[in-house]
Design a protein. Structure first.
Length: 178
C-alpha cells in the first residue's frame, strides 16, 4: 500500500513573451506580487518557433523566463494561472494581448506548465486549469515529450531551466537541513 505524503514545494517559473521588450517593465511588479521576489531571470530568448501568436501580438516576439525565490505549494498552480490571466487581461489593447504569461513549476524530476486547454496528457487541477507535463528530467538533463512545444524543447530554454533546477535542489537541501 502506498502511504500518501505531502508533496515537495515547487519552484515557481513564469515565462513571459511579448513583442515590445519594454513591456516587461509593466508586468514585472504584478508578477512579483503573485510569485514573490524574482530569484533568476533569463536573458531575452528568441521566440521564433511558431507564428501562432503573430496575428494577435505581432512579431518578432521575445521571451523572458523568471524563477521566483519563494517555493510554492504545487496545488497553488491553478490559482497562479488565474492571476496571471488577469494580468494579461488588464493589458489588452483593442482586445489583443500585449503579453502572454505562462506560469509553471519545476521539481527535480519535471517541469509543469499551467494551461486552460484540455488535452489527453493534461490533468485537471481546478479553477478551469490543467497541468501540462512539459519536460521530464533524466541523467541527460531536461527531455521533451512528444507533445512539448518546440520553444520549450530549445536548448536555450532547457539550459536556463537546468540552472533554476540546480539552485532549487540546493534550496530544498538547505530547507531540509533547518
Amino acid at each position: 500500500m502506498s502511504i500518501p505524503k505531502p508533496p515537495d514545494p515547487a519552484k515557481l517559473v513564469i515565462s513571459v513573451f511579448m513583442r515590445d521588450k519594454a513591456f516587461l517593465g509593466k508586468v514585472f511588479d504584478p508578477l512579483e506580487q503573485i510569485g514573490g521576489r524574482a530569484d533568476m531571470i533569463s536573458n531575452w530568448l528568441a521566440f521564433d518557433f511558431t507564428d501562432y501568436y503573430h496575428k494577435e501580438m505581432g512579431s518578432p516576439l521575445y521571451r523572458k523566463v523568471i524563477a521566483f525565490k519563494d517555493l510554492i505549494d504545487q496545488q497553488d498552480l491553478a490559482r497562479i494561472k488565474t492571476l496571471t490571466n488577469q494580468v494579461e487581461e488588464k493589458n489588452l489593447v483593442k482586445g489583443k494581448r500585449q503579453v502572454n504569461i505562462d506560469p509553471g513549476y519545476l521539481l527535480p524530476s519535471r517541469f509543469i506548465l499551467a494551461t486552460g486547454k484540455d488535452y489527453s496528457h493534461r490533468i485537471y487541477i481546478g479553477e478551469r486549469v490543467y497541468a501540462d507535463l512539459t519536460l521530464i528530467y533524466t541523467k541527460q538533463g531536461f527531455r521533451p515529450l512528444e507533445w512539448t512545444y518546440p520553444d520549450y524543447s530549445s536548448s536555450e530554454l532547457t539550459d536556463f531551466l537546468e540552472k533554476i533546477r540546480n539552485k532549487y535542489v540546493l534550496d530544498l537541501k538547505e530547507r531540509q537541513n533547518k
